[in-house]
Design a protein around this ligand. Sequence first.
Ligand SMILES: [Zn+2]
Length: 117
Amino acid sequence: MRIVLRKVTKSPLDFEVKSNEITFKGYLEYHSAKLILLKAKISGTLEKSCDICAQDFDLEVDEEIEFFINDGIFEDDGSTELDVVESLDGNVDIQELLHSEIELIRSDYHSCDNCKS
Ligand SMILES: [Zn+2]
């Protein structure tokens, strides 16, 4: 699902994509200058190997995500408190964003129920 950033306005543009058991649901909204706000929720289950015993287990995911997408190179003047992701082709690929968020979650430290004390 690709969205052209130029077409995002002040009225929220809803999206919902899925990857296996994970749902990524939220909206894009024009903020200011070339910044587009993305607010979304990632929920579902993710297969992950335990960082202690290396067994695969289902990790419950329920995370709120909020950041800006800048249409082009972002010049930081220090006033933006949220993370900014740059888009160099004027598009945002929601599926690709979801995949990178999933990779981020996977790379965090997680242990299975058996290893949790
Ligand atoms: Zn474990």
